[in-house]
Design a protein around this ligand. Sequence first.
Ligand code: G1P
Ligand code: MG
Length: 216
Amino acid sequence: MKKGFVFDLDGVITDTAKFHYIAWKNLAAELGITINETFNETLKGISRMDSLEKILAYGHKENDFTTEEKEALAQKKNEEYVKLLADLSEKDLLPGVHNFLVQAKERSIPCAIASASKNAPMILEKLGVLDFFGHIVDPETLKKGKPDPEIFVKAAESIKIESKDAIGFEDAQAGIEGIKAAGMYAVGISETENLAGADLQVASMTELSVEKLLTV
Ligand code: G1P
Ligand code: MG
């Protein structure tokens, strides 16, 4: 039997991935770099500064800015992103998420968040689901981001289970790779992307039952 769940946030619990895209696209445009949705897939699950570095490299501007300038650019993106979240509430939970968390709670299955986002606690609070999670991994404590397994291993440890007994949920390829490298069972959630390496892929969490998943 599996013993706990580890969730990505953006694109799994709520569709903030679209707001990240808008904010990165606008910042890139100001720098004369055009990004599209295909490129945006490569930013999913990647930390704020690494996302900026990827955009600059994509526009051949990786050597054009000092560290301080890059920090200011990342902060600017985050300010726009946080503004876009102003109206975020329970209605923005993705389909099936609330029901799944309630089912997990009824069975006393611990849940943790493994998100690269520094905004995770604020977002979970706005969504009204903060209390369902035993722990949120602080991305500042990580040596390496996804696809490295570190964030998933830390998430399992934080809810006192072994990685092999955990199920991870992800919408991004880098995340699926991290979950598998941690030795967990990987559930991919995406309507549009083919998530290579996922043990199971669904279009939304409405397709999942806690009871069935625990016995995979
Ligand atoms: C960061 C990045 C964003 C990425 C996200 C993954 O979020 O900025 O590009 O998609 O992690 O969840 P932030 O810490 O800025 O909220
Ligand atoms: Mg995600």
